[in-house]
Design a protein around this ligand. Structure first.
Ligand code: F6R
Length: 608
């Protein structure tokens, strides 16, 4: 979603700002802009609709100035236009702002400023900020920003430049992440550490309710009200900066093929097959704590919600503890009942998803316990939860989540093993499950080396006006994940249903030639799923069937059978999802879509 980059130092700011924006492109955006304080006084500003490359073409290559801010916008208030792109400035172009988040009371402030004679140049909520700051400005930039923010309700990560104060960046955060990069005689600002790694690995994470004054040699943080705040400088993880596509044409394909390694990283040091047990140090739960858990609630959005669904089903089945997965946005808006003995797990790749963060805070405000299951180290959800585990996928750059899903599911299986072992799961069964988990990376590698008739299935899907995905038990969230991937990448209308729900509506959509993707591993639901397959086949539907290798009956019913390695049935989502990832990838490729950056989507959804 929107990206922020800032620089103050002695080098030319423009190349640093453009480079930072390019590194944030993966997050999704629709326009870009920058502002640089000019040595002659004043601020040079450029904005363009479209890619950062278009902005780079519009900016004079030798634009002077060594202090500036830059932004990629993902439209919320106002259409995708040059005028609505950030930065926004006051009427004299002396105070310039970029902003991530949403200002809830912007309309009231806007009307008041208009009544006072201010002319607005955009439809954005952000534009109220420079005008409002201007009304408080009497030579003290920090006091003016503080006074303006005291009137603002809503979420923000923002950066402000004052033409009168070259070399100074002011940043403030409330609900939208900001990280300050500490260099030698230069300082950086970004909404995401990816923008900084080329220049420095030493960072300060700004917290909600804080303001920073950033100069080349000095960084000071306070509360928004001016109270003292001390931050230690942290070292960024080595994984940042390691993103390139290597031999692959797209990040998504690379990330699909990284799954044997990313799942191994998630398992490493955590599963003990001989003891039939597991340990997630970050959860800090003793067996005595585990037996007191009376319910587990997963919170997440999109793919992370699907991973939570798999985890909840595994927990109920193996640990016999009631478990549910909740869509975080719905959970937080319905005033949920929080029990102190329920453990909540916030599942998020980015660790920045506003709805998941909102759900975390809702649990915390009601005295509940919530632990993170997060990929990005140091992200807001990880820090807000305080305790939790990292899934160690490594950076996921493609907007569509793939390796994070399998690592989230792996982490939840590890938790299932711990919880189940503290209850009814026998040593023997736990050993079998632990060994099964440890074998998964090899199975994933084997499948990816020989993925089966994906191109044939893609031909059916890309010609379809509608496709249905279905599965039972743990295969239902896999079907949902497959449909989500196909929708978001190839824009093919499709939906996922539990097999048993077919007869209650979706069967009306069955007609000759309609593609139906069925996920049917060799588990206790197989027989009934085969019956559902007969029902749709009888109506002329063509079946793309993901089945366990060696299941000849399932394969024989399929128009396109896709075999995956046999696993413990409960672990099957870690292999059955792979063909669905490839189907979506290949379908998007065949249709010429932008695979790594699908339209309208953002890698980290930092607005509600
Ligand atoms: C789909 C996808 C999204 C995310 C969702 C949650 O491919 O990537 O559905 O899963 O936006 O994001 P995180 O996991 O970062 O909280």
């Amino acid at each position: 979603m929107c990206g922020i980059v800032g620089y103050t130092g002695s080098r030319a700011a423009t190349p640093v700002l453009l480079d930072g924006l390019r590194r944030l492109e993966y997050r999704g955006y629709d326009s870009a802009g920058l502002a640089v304080i000019q040595p002659t006084g004043g601020v040079a500003m450029r904005k363009e609709v479209g890619r950062v490359a278009a902005l780079a073409r519009a900016v004079p290559p030798d634009l002077p100035g060594s202090c500036g801010i830059a932004h990629t916008r993902w439209a919320t208030h106002g259409g995708v236009t040059q005028a609505n792109a950030h930065p926004h400035a006051d009427s004299e172009d002396r105070i310039v702002v970029i902003h991530n988040g949403i200002l809830d009371n912007s309309e009231v402030i806007r009307q008041r400023l208009i009544a006072d004679g201010v002319t607005f140049r955009s439809e954005t909520d952000t534009e109220v900020l420079p005008h409002l700051i201007r009304t408080f400005y009497d030579g003290d930039p920090v006091a003016a920003v503080r006074a303006a923010l005291a009137e603002i309700r809503g979420t923000y990560g923002l950066a402000v430049l004052f033409a009168d104060h070259p070399g100074l960046l002011i940043a403030a955060r409330n609900g939208s992440p900001l990280v300050i990069g500490v260099g030698e005689g230069e300082s950086f600002l970004a909404s995401d550490p990816h923008a900084l790694v080329k220049y420095t690995r030493r960072v300060i994470y700004l917290e909600d309710g804080e303001l920073a004054t950033i100069r080349p040699d000095e960084i000071a943080t306070t509360t928004l009200q001016g109270g003292g705040v001390n931050h230690t400088v942290e070292e960024l993880e080595a994984v940042y900066g390691s993103e390139d596509k290597g031999e692959f044409p797209h990040f998504m394909l690379k990330e699909i093929h990284e799954q044997p390694e990313s799942i191994s990283r998630c398992l490493r040091g955590r599963v003990q097959p001989r003891e039939g047990n597991a340990r997630l140090g970050g959860f800090d739960l003793s067996p005595a704590d585990l037996v007191r858990i009376d319910r587990v609630c997963m919170l997440g959005c999109g793919t992370s919600y699907h991973a939570g669904m798999v985890g909840a089903m595994a927990i109920e089945r193996l640990a016999r503890v009631p478990a549910v997965a909740e869509i975080a946005s719905e959970f937080r808006t319905r005033n949920p009942i929080i029990s102190p003995d329920t453990i909540h797990l916030a599942v998020s790749q980015s660790g920045e998803t506003a709805d998941t963060l909102g759900a975390v805070k809702e649990v915390q405000v009601k005295g509940g316990r919530v632990l993170g299951v997060v990929n990005v180290v140091g992200s807001t959800i990880a820090r807000t939860c305080g305790a939790g585990v990292y899934i160690h996928s490594g950076p996921e750059v493609a907007v569509a989540s793939t390796k994070a899903f399998t690592s989230q599911v792996t982490a939840l299986f590890i938790f299932t093993l711990m919880l189940a072992r503290s209850r009814s799961l026998s040593l023997h069964d736990a050993q079998r499950l632990a060994r099964g988990l440890m074998n998964i990376p090899e199975f994933v590698r084997a499948y990816l080396a020989s993925p089966g008739p994906i191109p044939e299935a893609v031909r059916l899907l890309t010609q379809a006006r509608y496709a249905l995905f279905m599965g039972r038990g743990v295969s239902f969230p896999v079907a949902k994940e497959g449909a989500l991937k196909l929708k978001e990448l190839a824009y093919i209308p499709c939906e996922a249903y539990p097999c048993g729900e077919m007869k209650h509506g979706p069967i009306a959509m069955m007609e000759p030639g309609r593609p139906v993707v069925v996920v049917v591993p060799d588990d206790e639901h197989r027989e009934r799923t085969l019956s559902n397959m007969q029902e749709v086949r009888a109506r002329g539907a063509v079946l793309i069937v993901v089945h366990t290798r060696g299941d000849d009956e399932a394969a024989a019913m399929a128009t396109i059978p896709i075999a995956v390695p046999a696993t413990d049935p409960v672990l099957s989502p870690l292999v059955t999802v792979l063909p669905l990832q490839l189907l979506a990838y290949q379908a998007a490729l065949a249709l010429g879509k932008d695979i790594d950056r699908p339209r309208n989507l953002a890698k980290s959804v930092t607005v509600e």
